[in-house]
Ligand binder design. Structure first.
Ligand code: NAD
Length: 330
């Protein structure tokens, strides 16, 4: 978009924000997106570019300042003492290098990254007390989530009792396999019900059910990737956190790798970009996380995203290429 005057930018933002909010409502509240993610991302990035150019036009209710999901009124709410944030994203090798430069400049030296697949599901928080699963919740708006404990208890790969009496919170992704998505949509079509747009929305629609029996009738899976509270655990890096989660019986995605600087990251991206169709779960990119947890803590978060991680988003798949793209230029 050509450089706009402040007045023009303001007018443009007044069109972009309601449009994004409408799409967010369909995606996060109704689990039924009306446009493909790349259409959303394109407009969202226009919003970011305008706000970056004119920072005083940023409003606290702008989509750039909000973690997406909302909480459905019928669910009991939980408060996340440590907010569940969104994640910054980049779309090119150049932007990835800029992210790495920013990190190195802040830290003062090259860092190790834990490189993980970005699973296309919805964030899940699990709380254990003395080794017993006592709460499962969605991200919601980052601070207030939905209590889905009974639904979570129907997910077979989530341990309800740990071998050690730990009291802690873990987080990860709840997702639906491509196979289960096809089965569920076939069943819904046979019953004359509306089908889900994609596995991510099917997973969200299945976890956010008032009747746990409905959740239980659909096979959901998880990959856990974050230990939020480390009391009693000897963990100082993200890759040790993944190892510990595995030892404790959580399902952990097996593909993560540690790399120094950006060495090998492009190769990882290319490798999984090529075989993503062959995986039985959806991925929409690759996540780079500074491996050292102490450095993560030092880098901290913005209001919406951690500074120590970034998602590299894959280009949209062929089948996803968009018919209803919208041009936002004035
Ligand atoms: P996001 O989904 O892009 O990234 C953050 C999330 O990634 C985390 O909350 C976590 O749940 C997940 N994640 C998956 N694998 C992970 C891993 N290995 N480590 C850490 N986290 C991992 O961000 P968001 O703010 O939740 O949503 C924005 C996304 O939603 C964009 O991709 C956008 O395209 C899409 N969206 C689409 C529409 C639409 O209308 N199609 C509307 C709104 C948002």
């Amino acid at each position: 978009m050509a450089d706009l005057t402040k007045e023009q930018a303001n007018q443009e933002l007044a069109k972009i924000r309601p449009q994004l909010n409408e799409w967010r409502d369909a995606y996060y509240t109704k689990d039924a997106p009306v446009v493909e993610d790349n259409v959303y991302d394109k407009l969202y990035n226009q919003l970011l570019a305008l706000e970056q150019q004119y920072p005083d036009l940023v409003t606290s209710d702008s989509p750039s300042q909000q973690v997406g999901d909302v909480t459905l009124p019928d669910f009991n709410k939980v408060t996340h003492d440590i907010p569940m944030l969104s994640m910054g994203d980049v779309f090119s090798e150049g932007e990835l290098a800029e992210f790495n430069d920013r990190i190195e400049k802040n830290v003062g030296h090259e860092v190790d990254y834990n490189v993980e697949l970005k699973i296309d599901g919805l964030s899940l928080s699990l709380i254990y007390e003395n080794g017993i699963l006592v709460q499962g919740s969605t991200r919601g708006n980052g601070t207030i989530g939905e209590n889905v404990t009974e639904n979570v208890k129907t997910i077979k790969d989530i341990p309800q009792k740990l071998s050690r009496p730990l009291s802690f919170e873990v987080r990860g992704e709840c997702f639906m396999s491509k196979k289960e998505f096809l089965r569920l949509n076939q069943e819904r079509e046979n019953e004359g019900q509306q089908v889900f747009a994609n596995p991510r929305n099917a997973a969200a629609g299945s976890l956010r059910q008032l009747d746990p029996k409905v959740t239980a009738s659909r096979k959901l899976d998880t990959f856990m990737y974050t230990i939020v509270t480390f009391d009693d655990l000897n963990v100082s890096t993200q890759h040790e956190a993944l190892e510990t989660l595995k030892e404790l019986g959580f399902n952990v995605n097996p593909t993560a790798e540690v790399t120094t600087g950006l060495k090998g990251v492009q190769e990882f991206i290319e490798r999984y970009g090529e075989i993503r169709d062959d995986l039985d779960y959806g991925i929409d990119g690759v996540v780079l996380k500074v491996d050292d947890l102490a450095i993560q803590r030092d880098l901290g978060n913005t209001v919406k995203v951690p500074r120590w991680e970034i998602a590299y988003k894959f280009p949209p798949e062929q089948a996803e290429s968009v018919v209803h793209d919208i041009e936002w230029t004035i």
